[in-house]
Ligand binder design. Structure first.
Ligand code: DX5
Ligand code: ZN
Length: 221
């Protein structure tokens, strides 16, 4: 089954409640929060208060993508405010094991994200401890960028590394109904989509199509 995680970064922030209701009613599975600190990535977005304020208005699984340097200090705040999973960047952690343990201590799920240049193999020591891998298919920092097709072979390698383990394989950046099919063909099963959903004329239809990304894969051959 393919899960769809609309990214709030691309939503119309003037009417967030309506935007979240829209994707929730359309059958979105997760809500993706992009947290940027201006250090790990060259952009700022929003902080834990966004999670806190949105928690009472949505039943969706809150998927928090922390693009912040040294995330350790922020973890309890996000967990207390209602995050269901915290995904941290491999490149941002000086002691990734300590960060994983700190997230688990909050009784929520934990993920590791890799920037485009980071090889899949770095995940090996952590595979028994995590719930999610997030492969960036653009350089993190901005929505609306073009999908990097060279990440497809990495997605496949990660999928093989995961094997039968109960770990979701999420892709993020430039995902639309076409690139989603390529990612799913290579083993992805969670699709983050910002612009493709929220800038669409009919977001519900895009979510419906993203859910079908695993169908008729023979057409890609
Ligand atoms: C980029 C973020 C993405 C972003 C995706 O750093 O991690 O989640 O919102 O946006 P689109 O789908 O527009 O590429
Ligand atoms: Zn993201």
């Amino acid at each position: 089954m393919v899960l769809v995680a609309p990214s709030l970064l691309a939503a119309d922030w003037r009417c967030l409640q309506q935007q979240i209701g829209l994707v929730e009613n359309a059958g979105a599975d997760w809500l993706h929060f992009d947290i940027m600190d201006g250090h790990f990535v060259p952009n700022l977005s929003f902080g834990a208060d966004m999670v806190r304020q949105m928690r009472p208005i949505s039943k969706l699984f809150f998927d928090v993508h922390l693009m912040v340097a040294d995330p350790l200090n922020f973890l309890p705040m996000f967990a207390n405010y209602g995050a269901d999973m915290l995904t941290v960047h491999y490149e941002a952690c000086t002691d990734l094991n300590a960060v994983i343990e700190a997230i688990k201590k909050q009784n929520i799920k934990v993920g590791i994200s890799l920037k485009p240049q980071t090889p899949a193999e770095v995940l090996k020591p952590y595979l028994e401890k995590i719930d999610n891998v997030l492969i960036m298919t653009v350089e993190p920092g901005f929505g609306g960028q073009k999908f990097m097709p060279e990440q497809l072979s990495k997605i496949k390698t990660v999928s093989e590394l995961i094997g039968k383990r109960d770990i979701t394989l999420e892709v993020d950046g430039g995902i639309n109904t076409e690139t989603a099919r390529l990612c799913v063909a290579n083993g992805a099963n969670v699709l983050v989509a910002g612009s493709a959903v929220f800038k669409a004329e009919n977001p519900s239809e895009i979510i419906r199509q993203l859910h079908l990304s695993g169908e008729n894969q023979w057409q890609l051959l």
